[in-house]
Write a protein that binds this ligand. Structure first.
Ligand code: PBG
Ligand code: ZN
Length: 328
């Protein structure tokens, strides 16, 4: 043949040339670190279902967030673990609730140096474990909106930057947007769990939160893993209702959803790499079957390559540390 040989390897010869042609950027600026604050503990307590992670107390939270700030991670996602669950989960919006107090602690200590994102749902507070108001063993959508509005406003009063409704109630973004605006919090943003799938990867989280549904499952409100177009409709609706950021969750088996959302919508996209995704990597590493740093960076850069703007991951602090080391 007469045409010159295509040699793809030219651009792989050396480290500098590989850096020059690298298409995806992974930096600590796109990471969000999830933190659990447990009302029943006084000091950090390790989480067996997320090896290497700890729950925080209100007292230890300040130091923990300090380490996140110093790693230049721009946001934390806070989950409250209340001392007691109630029948209806109405303690999710109490002024002195665990999450409301945690938000205040972060706000008062770190001001604008970190964004605080609050989980808005009732499943961690209600004994039935469902993401909404339960009546006659049904999860009632519109009654759920009323409680979600109260949770969002209570978090805004505590100083939240962004609320993150995770219960997949129809109309939750619009309802919360209206409630925040009416209560004088137009500046509070909404990161909506727009495409949250009915996944089997939430086991570690439900173990921590003791939030597994006490009857039936979440299939009447979470998305079927079979459905891509339905996920796109969810995302479109949340954008129309005023979501500032839309989320796809989980991450690694749903990167087609991320890519499709990226090509259809211009909104910022957050991707939640959930507990079991973390656990699976830890299990490989424990058996010395993978290098943790290399595997985690591979997985997170794949999530970014798919089109994520931000990644919520239990590895956030480790990654920020690794990236800092490799920059030196
Ligand atoms: C519930 C909620 C879940 C997660 C965050 N908020 C899971 C569920 O539906 O049980 C999952 C996070 C993770 O698995 O790491 N509102
Ligand atoms: Zn929930």
């Amino acid at each position: 043949m007469s045409f010159p040989a295509v040699r793809m390897r030219r651009l792989r010869e050396s480290g500098p040339i590989r850096r020059l042609v690298q298409e995806t950027d992974l930096s600590s600026s796109s990471l969000v670190y999830p933190i659990f604050i447990d009302e029943r503990i006084r000091s950090p307590t390790s989480i067996t279902s997320l090896p290497g992670q700890s729950k925080q107390s209100l007292e230890s939270l300040r130091k923990e967030v300090g380490s996140v700030v110093s790693l230049h991670i721009p946001a934390v996602l806070l989950f409250g673990l209340p001392a007691r669950k109630t029948g209806d989960g109405t303690n999710s919006y109490s002024k002195n609730g665990i999450l409301q107090r945690a938000i205040k602690v972060v706000r008062e200590n770190y001001g604008d140096s970190i964004s605080v994102i609050g989980d808005v749902c009732v499943c961690m507070y209600a004994s039935h474990g469902h993401c909404g108001v339960v009546r006659d063993d049904m999860i009632v959508n519109d009654a759920t909106l009323e409680i979600l509005k109260k949770i969002a406003v209570s978090q805004a009063e505590a100083g939240i930057d962004i609320v993150a409704p995770s219960g997949m109630a129809d109309g939750q973004v619009g309802a919360i947007r209206g409630a925040l605006d009416d209560s004088g919090y137009p500046q509070v943003g909404i990161l909506s769990y727009a495409a949250k799938f009915l996944s089997n990867l939430y086991g570690p989280f439900r173990d921590i939160a003791q939030s597994a549904p006490s009857f039936r499952d979440r299939s009447s409100y979470q998305l079927s893993p079979y459905n891509l177009e339905e996920a796109m409709r969810e995302i479109r609706l949340d954008i129309q209702e005023g979501a500032d950021v839309v989320m796809v969750k989980p991450a690694i088996y749903y990167l087609d959803v991320v890519r499709e959302a990226r090509s259809r919508f211009k909104h910022p996209i957050a991707v939640f790499s959930v507990g079991a995704e973390y656990f699976m990597i830890k299990a490989l590493v424990k058996e010395k079957l993978a290098n943790e740093r290399d595997l985690v960076i591979e997985v997170l850069s794949s999530i970014k390559r798919a089109g994520a703007n931000m990644i919520i991951t239990y590895f956030a602090k480790d990654v920020a540390q690794w990236l800092r080391e490799s920059a030196n």
